[in-house]
Design a protein around this ligand. Structure first.
Ligand code: ZN
Ligand code: ZN
Length: 252
């Protein structure tokens, strides 16, 4: 199965889109970049969106996607998955009939464009032959990362987090890690204060895994600092490490 990087940036500039990872063709991890990146034909296949947290850069494509769905003939609804505080943020502050219409009532509540699926952390959800589990992480608002089990090969996606423990210890072996590094070393205090990683914080957290993963994919860099942060990450000498770019595709 393919993972397509729709966006992997920690700030928004031309060519640097906020986080969105397409798994196969119908499931997303985060919805920062969807409607501005994915062709309409591909948007039609989307059915499931797993949200890590309620910050705008991870949910900002949801309103435009809802709008695109209702305009289609023979449309299918999309389910938004997350822990309760994350879904509450979307319900109360985004699809709240003020900022944008409440698409859980459009065209009607029996067959709406969007539905909410509240999930519990630490429990596998089986979907399309995949298993997905949310694990709490350490951010400035309630947030989870996700484990996705592709029939034995496991992807670990941290979402936004500062140093954290539970997600690194949740399973015995992880094949691919998508981990955030937002700030360069000189901004480590800022990273800690805002629930993010600097390169050295990320390296220390990766060492909490029982076995080194085959691939370490870095997301959420602030592109304004790329001349500092990229050499700092590369100097860590972590095997299998790649700094993600929008449009990258990985097989699982
Ligand atoms: Zn965030
Ligand atoms: Zn973010």
């Amino acid at each position: 199965m393919k993972i397509t990087v729709l966006g992997c940036s920690g700030a928004e500039l031309p060519g640097h889109n906020p986080p969105g990872f397409l798994i196969g063709d119908d499931l997303l991890l985060d919805a920062g970049a969807v409607t501005s990146v994915l062709p309409e034909e591909a948007q039609r296949h989307l059915r499931h969106i797993f949200i890590t947290h309620g910050h705008l850069d991870h949910i900002r494509s949801i309103p435009a996607l809802a709008d695109n769905i209702i305009l289609r003939r023979g449309w299918n609804g999309v389910k938004l998955y997350g822990i309760k505080p994350v879904l509450d943020t979307i319900r109360d502050h985004l699809l709240n009939d003020h900022v944008w219409p409440d698409f859980t009532n459009i065209p009607n509540s029996d067959n709406p464009v969007m539905t909410y699926a509240e999930i519990e952390t630490g429990q596998w959800i089986t979907l399309n032959g995949l298993k997905i589990m949310a694990i709490p992480v350490n951010h400035s608002v309630p947030a989870t990362g996700y484990l996705v089990d592709f029939g034995g090969r496991i992807l670990l996606y941290t979402g936004d987090t500062g140093p954290t423990d539970e997600i690194w210890r949740a399973v015995e072996r992880v094949h691919t890690v998508i981990v955030e590094v937002s700030f360069p070393e000189r901004m480590t205090a800022m990273a800690l204060k805002t629930g993010h990683m600097s390169p050295s914080l990320m390296k220390a957290d990766l060492a909490k895994l029982k076995h080194p993963p085959e691939r370490v994919l870095i997301t959420h860099l602030k592109p304004q600092t790329s001349d500092e942060i990229i050499p700092e990450i590369e100097a860590l000498g972590i095997p299998g490490l790649t700094i993600l770019k929008d449009g990258d595709v990985y097989g699982m």
